[in-house]
Design a protein around this ligand. Structure first.
Ligand code: G3P
Length: 218
């Protein structure tokens, strides 16, 4: 499963890129606003840091506007994936750019029916928001299972990009189901490696090693 980081914070992206774990980046208008940066500048800078797909989202709501904005955003770099909302206009724009061979990430997906439409529109990625389902007491991961089944039934090439991730269980559940990508906030990526028994075990090893009085480096 590919790991994308879900942020527009350049310092976070640079730091996590050094781990070798980053296969891509996703942003959205809220994350861009949080960064305080110019949208086009920050997407260009991210594309210089990460070779994988970097999602930049249109803000137009109409098809014609999405095409005009999409041309500008996709001109930034070859690894830009254009993010469009799961609306009829967004699906039309998805088809337009997919037919031109450009990566499109269809976002704000909350149903299997929506995901089916995105695959038929030629989306490179579909972004179902699991956390926002959980936030209202629904089971976000059951949506991922439904989409996985439907996509496998028809061998759709659209990659399932699990989004709106809130904790490590979302990540491992996504991998268990067979999602292609999980886009993860920096905080959650860092949580993935943490376990108290690892910390305790390491401390015990160091204590016992210290008693030997030995050093590996002479
Ligand atoms: O960027 C898309 C998605 O990951 C946003 O998630 O946390 O705003 O529900 P969130």
């Amino acid at each position: 499963m590919k790991f994308f980081v879900d942020t527009a914070d350049i310092d976070e992206i640079r730091d996590l890129a050094t781990t070798g774990l980053l296969d891509g980046v996703t942003t959205n208008p809220s994350l861009i606003a949080k960064s305080g940066r110019d949208f086009l500048d920050v997407i260009a800078e991210i594309c210089d840091i990460v070779d994988g797909p970097v999602s930049g989202e249109v803000t137009a709501l109409d098809y014609e506007g999405m095409i005009k904005e999409g041309e500008v955003v996709l001109a930034i770099a070859d690894n830009v994936a254009l993010k469009v909302p799961l609306t009829v206009d967004g699906l039309k724009a998805c088809k337009y750019f997919a037919d031109k061979g450009r990566m499109v990430n269809v976002t704000l997906c909350f149903s299997a029916a929506q995901a089916l439409l995105a695959a038929k529109a030629g989306a490179s990625f579909i972004s179902p928001f699991v956390g926002r389902h959980d936030d209202i007491g629904q089971d976000g991961m059951s949506l991922i299972e439904d989409i996985r089944t439907i996509y496998d039934n028809y061998d759709f090439k659209t990659e399932i990009l699990v989004a709106s991730v809130r904790h490590p269980i979302h990540v491992t559940d996504a991998a268990r189901i067979g999602a292609d990508v999980c886009t993860i906030p920096p905080k959650v990526i860092r949580q993935l490696s943490k376990h108290p028994l690892t910390d305790n075990g390491l401390a015990a090893f160091m204590d016992d090693w210290a008693k030997t009085g030995q050093t590996i480096l002479k």
